[in-house]
Design a protein around this ligand. Structure first.
Ligand SMILES: [Mg+2]
Length: 250
């Protein structure tokens, strides 16, 4: 039965945009889950990130990211009622004010830009999330002026967004889109190993930066892994709560 329908309707493109976006499944609870998952992973990966940065930078990336996200969680937990955009703007402002080096302004800008793009909408679908993530990438590139191949966080962020967008184009869901984004971010992170750094502190090393995984691309891949985890956890919580149908039309 399903097979007949699938054969009659060519893949992708015909999926009505409005139909997908009608399932507005990202809300404040989901964003809080994501931020919490990022914080937990940064705590677990703190020493690893610092090790990566010790090889081609100044050995502070893990410590900085962990300190920043600890502050973000404290600030976000204190905010009871907030839209997803407000939460991300709080996270961005907190990051800028608590994290030094390059990571503070870059990630701070990424969160602020995503939060700005979302405005004060209370729930939204995968297409709106893509717009917010695109705004993050633009913000990061405005601040850091890095392109793909420079051995920076952009090497994970940019392919992740392309993979996410491709999933939506072929009729994928939020779940498949964040899964594709995570896989592409990890591949982009690994692809930084043979690169020579052209931006940031690692670029001072010239050819000696080759053979090391970029710490910023690594923390960005971590954030996409956390996003996928949060989307899955959020869906499970909805099912557990008995909300088996996607919320539509709200
Ligand atoms: Mg550093």
């Amino acid at each position: 039965m399903m097979g007949t329908t699938a054969a009659a309707v060519p893949w992708g493109r015909l999926m009505p945009e409005a139909g997908r976006e009608a399932a507005r499944i990202v809300d404040s609870a989901c964003v809080r889950l994501w931020l919490g998952e990022v914080a937990a992973r940064l705590e677990a990966e703190r020493d690893f990130l610092t090790q990566l940065d010790a090889a081609i930078g100044d050995a502070d990336h893990g410590v900085n990211m962990h300190r920043g996200f600890t502050a973000v969680m404290a600030r976000v937990s204190a905010v009871e009622e907030a839209t997803p955009g407000q939460l991300l703007r709080v996270a961005g402002r907190t990051f800028v004010s608590t994290v030094g080096g390059a990571a503070g302004p870059l990630y701070g800008t990424a969160f602020l830009a995503a939060g700005g793009a979302l405005g004060d909408t209370e729930r939204f679908g995968p297409r709106v999330l893509l717009d917010a993530l695109r705004a993050s990438l633009e913000g990061v590139q405005r601040v850091g002026a890095a392109s793909v191949g420079d051995k920076t966080m952009v090497d994970a962020l940019s392919p992740a967004l392309d993979a996410y967008e491709l999933e939506l184009r072929v009729g994928g869901s939020l779940e498949t889109a964040v899964n594709g984004a995570r896989e592409a971010a990890v591949a982009g992170m690994r692809a930084t190993i043979p690169l020579q750094a052209r931006k940031g502190r690692a670029s001072y090393l010239g050819p000696r930066s080759v053979g090391h995984q970029d710490p910023g691309a690594t923390s960005t891949a971590l954030m996409f892994a956390a996003l996928e985890q949060a989307v899955i956890a959020d869906r499970s919580q909805r099912f557990a709560a008995g909300a088996r149908r996607p919320v539509s039309g709200s």
